[in-house]
Design a protein around this ligand. Structure first.
Ligand code: G3P
Length: 216
């Protein structure tokens, strides 16, 4: 499983990219709105200088023709741009048309296996089921990831399942266990995944003993 950062914050991306665990970035209008009016294109280009991997940028058009035009524009910004399109009737047509012309599509706002299957059939490169938002409405979001992975792998669709709307460290472990190809996470999850109080106290004890042993 690859780890992507789900943020438009260049500071957060710079901070965590140095660990060597970030393979890509996903953004959306809500994440961009937190960035104080920065141009979307400028931010994507800044991200591309830090992370050498897929960078999702999301369309906001509502008709297939407009989505295709917007996707072409977003994809022209940088070769690593993957265009996010929400799954609905117009979106599905746009996914198909864009994929046919070589624009990689990340299908977003997936909440059912049927939505995922249709997007995979239409040629999407990534399928993004929203785990946390399903959990929010008393539905097992991770079960949808498991189902999507099974469908994609059993039928040999080219799409990769990207577990999105992950909210806590155990979501990441569960996504890995059910076979998600990618997990996109808020940057704050990295320190949460990394930290353990026994590691901290163990380091402290080793340092104390190192002083006793004359190593320090
Ligand atoms: O990856 C999609 C994500 O940005 C949505 O997260 O927490 O708003 O459901 P959330």
């Amino acid at each position: 499983m690859q780890l992507f950062l789900d943020t438009a914050s260049i500071d957060e991306i710079r901070k965590y990219a140095r660990y060597g665990v970030v393979s890509g970035v996903t953004t959306n209008p809500s994440l961009l709105a937190k960035e104080g009016g920065v141009s979307y294109r400028e931010r994507i280009l800044e991200i591309a200088e830090v992370v050498d991997g897929p960078i999702s940028a999301e369309c906001v058009s509502r008709t297939a023709d407009e989505l295709v035009a917007e996707a072409r524009e977003l994809a022209s910004w940088h070769p690593n741009v993957v265009v996010k399109i929400p799954i609905d009737e117009e979106g599905l047509e746009a996914i198909h048309r864009c994929s046919r012309e070589g624009i990689r599509i990340n299908t977003t706002l997936i909440f059912t296996a049927n939505q995922a299957m249709l997007a995979a059939m239409a040629g999407a490169a990534y399928l993004s089921p929203f785990v946390g938002r399903l959990d929010d409405v008393s539905t097992d979001g991770m079960e949808l990831i498991r189902t999507c992975v099974e469908i994609v792998e059993r039928h040999g669709y080219g799409a990769r399942v990207l577990a999105a709307s992950l909210r806590h460290p155990m979501h990441v472990v569960q996504a890995a266990l059910v076979g998600a190809h990618v997990a996109t996470i808020p940057p704050t999850l990295i320190p949460q995944m990394l930290k353990h109080p026994l590691t901290d106290s163990g380091i402290h004890r080793f340092l104390e003993d190192a002083k006793t042993a004359g190593l320090l």
